[in-house]
Each structure stands twice: as structure tokens, then as C-alpha cells.
Write a protein that binds this ligand. Structure first.
Ligand code: ZN
Length: 501
């Protein structure tokens, strides 16, 4: 490429390296760092992040970006060069619109909010968190105003996680999804055909759980030469470049799905990052298209593959062999039903496939109301409990198991929640297209051959990284923007059969 683009890429590479280095420190902090290291680590991470930011928003960077943009202007609009420049330009404009004073104040406010949230959750007392949350909401409104004019005050928030997505589009899709999903869950509950999942709640040796998870994701195609798995309190995936993409998991001795499904989930994220085109390396475009697109990959492997019948036809004998005492006399069908049990519950992270989105949609509705000012923070717990009653037919006994359960609002992550449900919807929409393109998909999964599926994902999604906005990518692949129909059809078919609806 030309010399301006090369200069620009080198500058982008420096920012990438600094961010990757601080990601290594984050990974270490959550896996191996001794407790005493926390304060020093906070300094180191913050120094690296600050250096990265200073490089990024500098006048020299802006000049290099402008020169590169001129140089690539006549290239193919879908080329890496044009897309990298466009992507960096977008991030640069966003980063420079937000004053650094505000950024400093926001990190101070959210640090305090995380402390008060932890205390409030431990004592199940929302009032301890209320003043800080009020400040967080107020600051998120200020943030939105840096991007005025907007159609909706929530647009600039969701745009951080789901580039190009508009609040009204999410609202329209959720309006279609919610009543159908509420009705389905009600039908399942009222059907009176409860599934027994006690077999999952026996004692399972942790080392064997670990071994099984690794066997499964290795066969999926997660590359351990360019990745590794470790333990952490909250499972996550982190990337330091496409040749070092790590996952973590959490082992629970008396609940089998936590580690098993968690490992599949994180491997889904990690295979996305491992599958990026090498030509995007050391740029911010070497990343998923959005959180929703990323989540579509993790949920596809965890749920559409990993909770499906063909998968268990292949792997259940292996699992039985590992745990003959627990599973030797349990047939495949009983096990399949157990890991697909539907039951309205209070905690989002433990929710099943059929109820999960209801947890997410109600949080989205509450966030929008908070941002619009139609819901005062003080009234949040009551509004929360009302929605749980309306959508899931249950009421939290206390705020710890209700409005205080998630960390997201304490770090200011309003706009994040909807991406979880977008991930489910995108996964199903892609899955329909995959089934058309790969008519033998079930048979290959049942033969432990995941190459056709992974190959499809690499070609259509992974290699592109963040070259395209998520809805643009989805539309290029499926011919449609986001829709709830494929997901609803999937739920109806799957749970209709399990619960004989
Ligand atoms: Zn995820």
C-alpha cells in the first residue's frame, strides 16, 4: 500500500499493542494475580490505557488518518484499507467528541458506584446504590448529548456496543419477540409436564469436567496452539491478537452445565477472534463486528450446537464413559431434556434458552425509561419487580436477587444489555441460512465433524472482523436486517417437542 496508509497503520498498531498489553494484565488479574497485586495493577493498566488514548487522539494521529483516507479514496470500497480507515475514523470521531474531563469524572463516579453496588448487593439494600446510580444515569445522559442531535437519547449508548443500531429498531423487534416469548413460557409452565434435571446436580469431578470441555471445544476447532483455558470467577474471552485468544471457565462440582456450556460459549467467542483475516492484524478492525454479532457466535456453539440433539448423539457416550456412576443408567433422551429444561427464574445468568431474553428485554425497557427520565432511579426496584411478575410470573424476594443482581449499571454500561438478545436473534437468523447452505449439517455434527460449520462461519463472518457494521454484515449474508421470526420458530419447534405443546 502507499506510504501514507503504511504510516497510519503503524500508528494504529502502536495503539493496538498498548491495548493488547493492558488486556494481558487484565487477564492475569482475573486468573493468577495474588490479591495484593490489585493496587499496582490498577496503576499499570490505567497507564497503558491512557498512553493508548493519548496516541489515538493526538494531532499527529489525526493527520496520518486524513492522509491515509485521501490515499485509499479510490480503492474498492470493500477493501481492507478502505474499511480499516473508515472504522478508525468512526472511533476517532467518537473518542474526540467526549471531553477528557468527562472521561476522568466518569471513571471516578463508576469506581465509586461499583463499590456501593457491591455493598448494596451484599446487604440487599438498593438505597445504598441509589445516589451513585442516579449520578451514573445523569452522566450517561451527558454522554448522549455529546452526540446530539440524535433520534433517541439511547442511540449513542447502544451505538458503543452495536455500531449503527438504533433504539427504534431494537424496540420494533423486541415488540414482536416479547409477547410471543411470554406466551410460550406461560404455555410451557401451564402444560404441567415438568422436566427433571436432578441428574445434572450430582457430584461431578472437576478435572473430568475440565477434560470434557476441552475435548468438545478442540473438536469444534478452537485452536489450543493459539489459545488456552484457565479458571476465573467470571468466565470471559480475551484476545491479544488473533494468534493468542484465551478463554476462562468456572467449575461447579454439583452442577454440570456451568463449565460445560460455559466453555462452549467462550470458545464460540474465541473462534471468532481466531478466524479473523491476518490482513487486519494490529488494527481495531481485528475484532468482532459488534457485541451482538460476537454473542451470536458464542450462543450458536453453546445452544444451537451444544444443546442440540445431534451434538449429544455424538458426545453423550463420551460423557457417560467419564461419569458412569452419575450417567451410566440415564438415557440420551432424559439427559437431552434435562439440559433443555425451561423454568422461569430470577437470575439472568442462570436462565434457560426460552426465558433468557425476557430478562434482557425488561432491562432494556428500564434503561430506556431511565435515560428518557420517565422512570426516576428511586422507583427502579418497584418497576423491576413489576416486570418480572408481568413477563416471568415471579417476584424477587429481595433486591439482591432482583434489581441489584448485575454489575453492568455500576460501571455505566447502559446500552449493553440488548446485545445479549440481539446475539440470540442473529444466531438463529444465521442458522437458517447455514441449514440451507449445509443440508447435511445435523449429520456432520452427529459425526463430530464441525469443519463444515466452522468453515462457513470463517468465510461469511469471522474473517471480516469489524470491516462491516453488524446489520450490514447480517444483510449481506441473509438478505435481511434483524428479525425475530427465525428465533421464535426455533423456540417453538424445539420446546414444542420437549414439552409436547
Ligand atoms: Zn458471551
Amino acid at each position: 500500500m502507499g506510504k501514507h496508509f503504511d504510516t497510519f497503520r503503524e500508528k494504529v498498531g502502536v495503539v493496538f499493542d498498548l491495548n493488547a498489553a493492558s488486556a494481558v494484565l487484565d487477564w492475569d488479574q482475573q486468573t493468577y494475580m495474588p490479591h495484593g497485586g490489585a493496587q499496582g495493577r490498577a496503576m499499570q493498566t490505567s497507564t497503558l490505557r491512557r498512553l493508548a488514548h493519548e496516541h489515538f487522539v493526538s494531532p499527529e494521529f489525526e493527520q496520518a488518518l486524513g492522509a491515509a483516507a485521501d490515499e485509499v479514496a479510490k480503492l474498492d470500497p470493500d477493501s481492507d484499507e478502505v474499511r480499516i480507515v473508515r472504522h478508525v475514523r468512526r472511533e476517532f470521531d467518537k473518542a474526540t467528541r467526549v471531553p477528557s474531563d468527562w472521561v476522568g469524572e466518569f471513571s471516578r463516579v463508576t469506581a465509586l458506584a461499583q463499590q456501593s453496588w457491591e455493598a448494596a448487593k451484599a446487604q440487599s439494600q438498593f438505597s445504598l446504590f441509589e445516589p451513585d446510580l442516579t449520578r451514573v444515569v445523569q452522566m450517561r445522559r451527558e454522554f448522549a448529548d455529546f452526540f446530539a442531535p440524535y433520534d433517541h437519547v439511547y442511540d449513542p449508548l447502544i451505538d458503543d456496543f452495536e455500531p449503527g443500531m438504533k433504539t427504534t429498531e431494537v424496540q420494533a423487534v423486541f415488540a414482536q419477540l416479547r409477547p410471543a416469548q411470554v406466551a410460550l413460557v406461560r404455555e410451557i409452565t401451564e402444560r404441567g409436564r415438568p422436566v427433571d434435571d436432578s441428574v445434572l446436580r450430582l457430584q461431578y469431578d472437576e478435572r473430568k469436567q475440565w477434560a470434557f470441555g476441552e475435548q468438545v471445544v478442540r473438536s469444534f476447532g478452537y485452536d489450543f496452539n493459539r489459545g488456552r483455558q484457565d479458571k476465573s470467577a467470571h468466565p470471559f474471552t480475551t484476545s491479544f491478537g488473533q494468534n493468542d485468544v484465551r478463554i476462562t471457565t468456572r467449575l461447579v462440582p454439583d452442577y454440570l452445565p456451568t463449565a460445560m456450556c460455559g466453555t462452549m460459549h467462550e470458545a464460540g467467542h474465541a473462534m471468532y477472534e481466531q478466524g479473523l483475516s491476518p490482513t487486519l492484524d494490529r488494527t481495531p478492525t481485528a475484532n468482532g463486528a459488534s457485541l451482538g454479532m460476537h454473542e451470536s457466535q458464542s450462543r450458536m456453539w453453546e445452544n444451537l450446537v451444544g444443546r442440540g440433539r445431534p451434538f449429544w448423539q455424538a458426545f453423550y457416550p463420551d460423557l457417560q464413559q467419564l461419569f458412569p456412576e452419575q450417567l451410566g443408567k440415564v438415557d440420551l433422551e432424559t439427559f437431552y431434556r434435562a439440559i433443555n429444561k425451561v423454568e422461569p427464574s430470577l437470575i439472568r445468568t442462570e436462565a434457560d434458552e426460552a426465558t433468557y431474553n425476557l430478562h434482557v428485554m425488561l432491562r432494556f425497557e428500564l434503561e430506556v425509561a431511565l435515560m428518557q427520565g420517565s422512570l426516576p432511579v428511586h422507583d427502579l426496584p418497584a418497576a423491576w419487580n413489576q416486570k418480572y411478575q408481568d413477563y416471568l410470573g415471579i417476584t424477587p424476594p429481595d433486591d439482591a436477587r432482583g434489581v441489584l443482581q448485575d454489575i453492568h449499571w455500576s460501571f455505566g454500561g447502559l446500552g449493553y444489555f440488548p446485545t445479549y438478545t440481539l446475539g440470540n436473534l442473529i444466531a438463529s437468523q444465521l442458522w437458517e441460512k447455514i441449514r440451507q447452505d449445509l443440508p447435511d449439517l445435523d449429520r456432520s455434527i452427529a459425526a463430530k465433524d464441525f469443519q463444515p460449520l466452522l468453515g462457513w462461519l470463517r468465510t461469511h463472518i469471522h474473517q471480516h472482523g469489524a470491516k462491516f457494521e453488524p446489520m450490514e454484515l447480517l444483510e449481506r449474508i441473509t438478505g435481511q436486517r434483524l428479525t425475530a421470526e427465525p428465533y421464535l420458530a426455533y423456540l417453538r419447534t424445539k420446546f414444542g417437542e420437549i414439552y409436547a405443546l
